[in-house]
Design a protein around this ligand. Structure first.
Ligand code: GDG
Length: 495
């Protein structure tokens, strides 16, 4: 439990969370009825207590566009199961979804921030709509908040919200957390709107990054693009002074609800299912991959590494199965369709080349699985292969360890995932582009003795237990001076 400063004169300040997506999914049944289901996630779990206690508000896009249906009204009538959190929908037209979401967010900023600038589309129309939608979000904040409310904006879809807020009301303050990496100057400079975006980012009061490297990249980009900038990065929270204002930049590695994952993994249902999953592949160790279908996740490179391992280490054949769960994502974007075709092709090549009676080397699921099923896979897996080409953090790596209650699994982790900073000593780090290197590491992990596996996994789990999602949220909110100003609430951060 975190005691907050009760001597402060200020009364409860409402927390307003702003993200591209609301924490709900909207679906339409065949009969045309709309269904709203809460989508779980670390962010909701971490912030629900504080949102509840401050009568907080979550502003975002409900994830659907619907002709002739008032989604705002639909959501207003919906009671969010996690308590008295109010959800406020920002509705988007088809055209906005295409240019702001698919276009600028996912075909410009996403690849650029993952160092994949050759995949970027730089379309002025996308940029115009991106600005307009950020303005729309800012207007929704103004319409639904008071000047004292505390505004926390999330992620790369909403880089300009502070600028747009200030254009309407210069007195508003907002803080920001970037879930993706921030690229180096060489990459960031490719962006035709680098200057406008940097200026807009400097209008936040606090910016949180996943790793020190992301923050350093940001500071270098800011320095190279802004005259008269003074930076003191020696403190834990870097202080950045522009000619007109001052802001802070910090490092807050996001995490998961450790307790929730380890509790789920120990339930009867999950234990039973994980035993069954192992029995379904008798005599084989399970290597697990869980990713959104995204080129940043390095799925093709991972499959090539697995193939290389089977080619060079014959004793792995019939002894390991790669279970690859891939969640469909951004399927309307051409690059993602091409990636799916490539992944499908590689899997069928590997299975065609190596499968024998009773053994299929790659088991592939292209769909989402429910949380208990995911926990059963995490628990059943002898190894997790988490090999993104670049990743802000990568929560799968942490979820795998939290669910590995038997402490006998091995985590093979890309050195380019933000998670590698905290997990580098006890995970087996790989360069995902080094196909032979990853194959060698699979083989090493396969041969690792029980004592070493246990020792590494125990340390990984202890570190995630100590630095879970509530630790992340409380550190960010403290840095932003949010919790200090609370006089009437006690914020619980369970660990
Ligand atoms: C972005 C950044 C950063 C996956 N499959 C299923 C499922 N999942 C859940 C996992 C995990 C989440 O999706 C994926 O999180 P990641 O961190 O791996 O990746 P991104 O979606 O790219 O997230 C990333 C993150 O933001 C947080 O800041 O770490 O770097 O790119 O939680 O469990 N969940 C269920 N079924 C599935 O089939 N229920």
């Amino acid at each position: 439990m975190m005691k907050v400063d009760r001597n402060s004169a200020k009364s409860t300040q409402r927390l307003i969370l702003v993200s591209n997506r609301l924490p709900v999914a909207l679906d339409r049944s065949d009969s045309g009825e709309w269904h709203i289901t809460p989508s779980s996630g670390g962010l909701v779990t971490a912030l629900a207590p504080i949102l509840r206690k401050t009568r907080g508000l979550w502003i975002g896009w409900p994830g659907a566009t619907a002709e002739g249906v008032d989604l705002e009204q639909l959501l207003a009538a919906y009671r969010y199961p996690l308590g008295s959190i109010t959800l406020k929908a920002v509705t988007l037209t088809q055209d906005e979804v295409q240019h702001y979401y698919s276009g600028f967010s996912n075909e410009t900023i996403w690849p650029l921030f993952h160092d994949l600038h050759s995949r970027c589309k730089f379309d002025p129309e996308d940029w115009l709509v991106y600005q307009a939608v950020n303005r729309k979000f800012a207007q929704a904040i103004i319409d639904n908040s008071d000047v004292d409310d505390y505004i926390w904006v999330h992620d790369y879809h909403l880089l300009l919200v502070a600028r747009e807020l200030h254009a309407i009301d210069p007195g508003r303050r907002a803080v920001f957390f970037l879930h993706t990496p921030f690229p180096s100057v060489d990459i960031y400079d490719k962006l035709p709107w680098r200057q406008q975006i940097m200026r807009a980012l400097l209008e936040y009061d606090l910016i949180g990054f996943q790793t020190l490297r992301d923050r350093s990249n940001f500071i270098h980009c800011a320095e190279s693009l802004t005259k008269g900038l003074y930076v003191n990065a020696r403190k834990r929270l870097a202080v950045i002074q522009t000619p007109s204002r001052e802001l802070r930049a910090g490092v807050f590695p996001i995490s998961i609800d450790f307790r929730e994952f380890s509790r789920l993994a120990a339930t009867k249902e999950v234990v039973r299912r994980s035993i069954q999953l192992r029995e379904d592949i008798p005599g084989c160790r399970i290597i697990l991959g869980v990713d959104r279908m995204d080129y940043s996740k390095g799925i093709s490179q991972r499959l090539k590494a697995f193939r290389n391992a089977l080619e060079r280490f014959e004793d792995l054949r019939c002894k390991v199965t790669l279970v690859q769960i891939i969640i469909p994502s951004r399927a309307h974007i051409l690059e993602y369709q091409k990636l799916k075709a490539e992944v499908d092709g590689l899997i069928s090549e590997i299975n065609g080349q190596f499968a024998e009676s009773g053994w299929v080397p790659v088991q592939y699921m292209f769909r989402s699985v429910d949380r208990a099923e995911l926990a059963a896979y995490y628990r059943a897996a002898d190894m997790a292969l988490v090999t993104p080409l670049k990743d802000g953090m990568n929560l799968v790596a942490k979820e795998y360890c939290a669910s590995n209650v038997d402490e006998n699994g091995v985590l093979i982790l890309s050195e380019f995932a933000g998670a590698a900073v905290q997990m580098r000593r006890n995970a087996m780090l790989v360069n995902p582009y080094d196909i032979e290197g990853v194959a060698n590491t699979i083989y090493k992990a396969y041969n690792m003795g029980g004592a070493e596996r246990k020792d590494r996994m125990r340390r990984l789990r202890n570190s995630i237990r100590r630095h879970g999602i509530s630790w992340w949220a409380s550190r960010f909110l403290q840095a932003a001076n949010y919790t200090k100003q609370q006089s009437t609430i006690e914020v619980q951060f369970p660990q």
